[in-house]
Design a protein around this ligand. Structure first.
Ligand SMILES: Nc1ncnc2c1ncn2[C@@H]1O[C@H](COP(=O)(O)OP(=O)(O)OP(=O)(O)O)[C@@H](O)[C@H]1O
Ligand SMILES: [Mg+2]
Length: 392
């Protein structure tokens, strides 16, 4: 089993109508330099056609894996909207399946808004048409349950006690997202062994093929466990505020140190490969958007001046956006048994969270792609989606 993230630059090389008519799309290059193709068809003619078209359009040899027709149709739509999943290939039977992105939300300090941002983000993902799983990894204080007033009988505690699978624990919320609750009480996610963490991640990765997005709210602090979970996820999101931005920087730095420790074991001693760690930052509770940008710039400059000087490991934080401080609105939404996204769907706050959700689902070179007028835009137009970028 291997995993590949769809790289849109290959899609641009094909005629999108051709892809649609012949039910295939390129994913990415494998380590042998072959282009991995997902295809619905399985007869010899389909294969021959795909392989010769691929060679013609990209100059690359290809290797074709079979994707379920329903997955193909769904992924094709998502690609038109600029959403590029990861795909898992299975050599036996040459099958390929998409899987959802796993995001971990962390912070150094408590009370910066991780849980609020996780809930609101998951709701915006749902509004974008993405099947979303929200996981409350705060096992001492099941705060998502508190905020949503949802207390399902079984929690992650039952997963770690090996009595339940993650699927057993998953419920569908009225808001539309799926939810795995955390536990309130004495149980802490402390001192878990690496293998317990890996077991959780194996399971989460397995069930991520049923979702487009999996969001982990990791609870306060940056214990070894929290950091490890954030590194096992596809992307780490660090929430910080103007008041706490130094600890926001510290959270990134702590994750980076652990990242180096883990990566260093994988690299040869004489490797001069540059290894980059890129967590995302969200500035919450800002008084205006410029303030968010300014604080992020400070974090970035500080990283460059203090941690990126010599090492071949680089810390390159990305900026996702900021959310305004509005106590009254947050309280009013949550006190009326709702959340901000559905109580005030058109508010500035909800819009800024939607923007962050959009940002998170995009590949990093998306801006470059958008400047090229052909490719994806044309692809989106064919699918009739070009104007719906922000509300799929
Ligand atoms: N942008 C915002 N404007 C106003 N209030 C906010 C905002 N974001 C969060 N809050 C409030 O701040 C408090 C802390 O938020 P939240 O519980 O989401 O933080 P947290 O980081 O998850 O905390 P913990 O560390 O306890 O898990 C809550 O009362 C929440 O309503
Ligand atoms: Mg919380």
């Amino acid at each position: 089993m291997s995993e590949f993230r769809l790289n849109p630059r290959y899609i641009q090389k094909f005629d999108s109508e051709d892809l649609k008519d012949h039910s295939f799309f390129p994913i990415n290059k494998n380590e042998d330099g072959k282009l991995i193709i997902a295809s619905v068809g399985k007869n010899k003619h389909d294969l021959e056609y795909i392989q010769s078209t691929t060679k013609l359009q990209t100059g690359l040899n290809s290797i074709v894996y079979q994707i379920e027709e329903s997955s193909f149709n769904r992924e094709f739509k998502l690609i038109g909207n600029g959403i590029y999943h990861r795909f898992i290939t299975v050599e036996r039977g040459k099958k390929i399946t998409p899987r959802g992105e796993i995001f971990a939300v962390i912070s150094n300090k408590g009370g910066v808004g991780k849980t609020t941002i996780s809930i609101e983000l998951s709701y915006q993902f749902h509004r974008m048409g993405l099947k979303t799983l929200l996981v409350d990894m705060d096992l001492g204080n099941a705060d998502i349950s508190n905020k949503l007033r949802e207390y399902p009988p079984n929690t992650l505690y039952d997963f770690f006690s090996k009595t339940h699978t993650l699927n057993d624990l998953t419920i569908k919320l009225n808001l539309g997202m799926y939810f795995i609750p955390g536990e309130s009480g004495e149980f802490k996610l402390a001192n878990m062994t690496w293998s317990q963490k890996q077991r959780f991640f194996r399971e989460i990765t397995k069930i991520s093929s049923n979702y487009d997005v999996v969001l982990l709210d990791l609870g306060a602090g940056i214990s070894r466990d929290v950091i490890d979970f954030s590194l096992l996820a596809d992307e780490a999101v660090i929430v910080t505020t103007p008041k706490d931005f130094i600890s926001g920087y510290a959270a990134g730095k702590a994750a980076f140190s652990r990242f180096i420790e883990i990566q260093a074991k994988k690299l040869d001693d004489d490797s001069d490969e540059e290894v980059i760690f890129s967590p995302w930052y969200v500035l919450n509770q800002v008084s205006n958007y410029q303030q968010g940008i300014d604080y992020f710039k400070t974090i970035k400059t500080t990283s460059n001046n203090h941690i990126n000087l010599q090492s071949s490991f680089k810390f390159v934080p990305g900026y996702l956006g900021s959310v305004l401080y509005d106590r009254e609105m947050v309280d009013s939404a949550y006190n009326s048994q709702k959340i901000l996204g559905n109580r005030y769907p058109n508010s500035e706050m909800a819009r800024s969270i939607l923007k962050i959700a959009n940002g998170l689902m995009r590949v990093k070179n998306e801006l470059k792609l958008q400047n090229k007028s052909s490719g994806l835009k044309r692809f989106a137009r064919i699918l009739g989606l070009a104007k719906k970028e922000d509300s799929i």
